[in-house]
Write a protein that binds this ligand. Sequence first.
Ligand SMILES: Nc1ncnc2c1ncn2[C@@H]1O[C@H](COP(=O)(O)OP(=O)(O)O)[C@@H](O)[C@H]1O
Ligand SMILES: [Mg+2]
Length: 322
Amino acid sequence: MQDTDIRNKFWAVGGGKGGVGKSIVTLMIGASLSKLGNKVILVDADLGGSNLHTLVGIRYPQYTLADFIGRKVETIDEVVINTPVDNMKIICGADDILGMANPKYAQKTRLLNHLKKLDADYIILDLGAGTSFTTVDFFLYAPNKIVVLTPQVTSIQNAYGFIKASLFRHLNDVFSKDEQAMELIRRAGSPAQGESIDSVGKLFDAFNALGEERREKLLNCIDELKVKLIVNMVKDAKEKNVSSIVKAVAKNYLGIALEDLGVVQFDNVLSASINNMADFLSNRRNSVAGTNFYDIASNIIKNCQKSAPPQPPVASVTPAAC
Ligand SMILES: Nc1ncnc2c1ncn2[C@@H]1O[C@H](COP(=O)(O)OP(=O)(O)O)[C@@H](O)[C@H]1O
Ligand SMILES: [Mg+2]
């Protein structure tokens, strides 16, 4: 398989906060991509609170991710099951197994290696709330990263916190054996009062002393966090712009240029259909949110055809507030 195929194929949907619509976004984008002629597999990677199968109308999944992680089956294909939507399959999550919310590193690596080989145009991981290592690791693994937020201030904070936690987890991983770099990363990650390295832009400047190669590595880490934002449950025109807040703070403190992937309006039809999403997908797709998701899926298809080179971050001048 070509690198570009893997790049385009994997998407993860995170956001830090529960109830913002991560599972709905996963489901609706998946259903829209399949409607547009793509083979889609949804993966419920919310290992502590899986419910994606319920949303697609499956009450008792025959197989779940637990069967694969617990080695009851040898290959991941065996836990991929059909949904009522043509061309869209699902790997159901499982939260009934002790320790499943925190699988070991080797279990995660095996899972991700198998997922890579699945026959699909798009594989979309629905992540849980919070910033546990497992959630953040799944997010980091996917070359395409979506963060869902709503206009609520707590959701905006959590979205930013989730992106920041992901960036620093990534930096800790990439530079783990480089003590000089790690010292600077630690200072930038949780700056104490009066700390001079209080943003990723300033961290980048501090990396000057460590040489070009390490600066390049840092730049690539930042570039990999070029997250795409979806603002969900928007009720009026001014709420559409909340992504600009996260974008400004992420640019200023993390040096990351976030992109807008789309806005989804609050939709009473969708909200009333939550117990029967299979019916919604067959008969009410042209509701407000249904149309928004269709537009987002079209953007994703277009997005996969272009990518921009990394840009160096600029040191922020204000003290770190986040
Ligand atoms: N665009 C929307 N319009 C109306 N209600 C929505 C919308 N998106 C999500 N919801 C509601 O929010 C609830 C939580 O969504 P869910 O996807 O389960 O959140 P998460 O996965 O982030 O915890 C859903 O049950 C649904 O009722
Ligand atoms: Mg969910």
